[in-house]
Design a protein around this ligand. Sequence first.
Ligand code: SF4
Length: 345
Amino acid sequence: MTRQIHVGGVAVGGGAPVTIQSMTNTPTHDVEATVAQIRRLEEAGCEIIRVAVPDQRAAEAVGAIRAAISIPLVVDIHFDYRLALECVRQGCDAVRINPGNIGGPDRVAAVADACKAKRLPIRIGVNGGSLEKPLLARFGGVTPEALVESAFGHIKLLEDCGFRDICVSLKSSSVPVTMRAYQLMSTKSDYPLHIGVTETGTLRMGTLKSAVGIGGLLALGIGDTMRVSLSADPVEEVRAAREILKAAGVRREGPELISCPTCGRTRVDLIALVGEVEERLKRVDKPITVAVMGCAVNGPGEAAAADVGIAGGVGEGLLFRKGEIVKKVPQERLVDELFALIAEL
Ligand code: SF4
């Protein structure tokens, strides 16, 4: 089991539930826009939020952002240790910085001491795209071993300062390389792991790559917190993350939607029906399984494990509960009746 760290009030590692993170894409110095986006992300289920801090203006906005949101705030800093110090002063909950890139042991010690004084963890974020040149040369490119070696270089700098509230990520844009890197890391260290695949692409392909990479790791019992990276509205990252956690069987919360693959017995526009139910389920957070089936003959039986479900037909459909038929309903009232039943559960 990994060690446990705390990001604000949220435990990461040591058996705590796997948490969902995302990152804003508004200019961080625009407090109003950033807070508005974080609130939308919170509503979607984001549990830890990260903002990029590229300059002093962004660092100075951190306090106002933190005061206006209720989930922990991680600041993402590259190279400039003074920005990290400013963010710590401003009240961030964690810092993502790679100690090897900030210009020497004194600066690492300054950041480590500032974080230690406020009990803030540091995430080391190794990324295949910015791996150190000597490591690239030694390992012949971005390999799992090179990513892990890079992480240990950064870890050592913090450990030399007596700092151990560390979380590590080892992302690359290759799913197999990323997965092997995390597997390797999990055999060599007990620091909690922030898992994700990076530069995955657009909504569809990015979700698939993340589902394979993150989902695969979760199924192996690896990963303490996660981010799905997508070239899309970050709210989509949070939705995808929730689905991946559910599909990997790691977290059972919120509804799960199952639907039949359709066949020659299908007597209804099932795809439209499922789409409508999926949309309305976004506003339900009960841990239930909801089935949408294509025919009344086999649907209720095939979906007997579902808490509630509907089976579409011509003109009318069935509403069922745990495989037992509750009633027949005119087709156009089917979804409304399903949600009335869900409300009673
Ligand atoms: S529920 Fe009915 S329509 Fe759907 S796959 Fe099964 S038999 Fe076919």
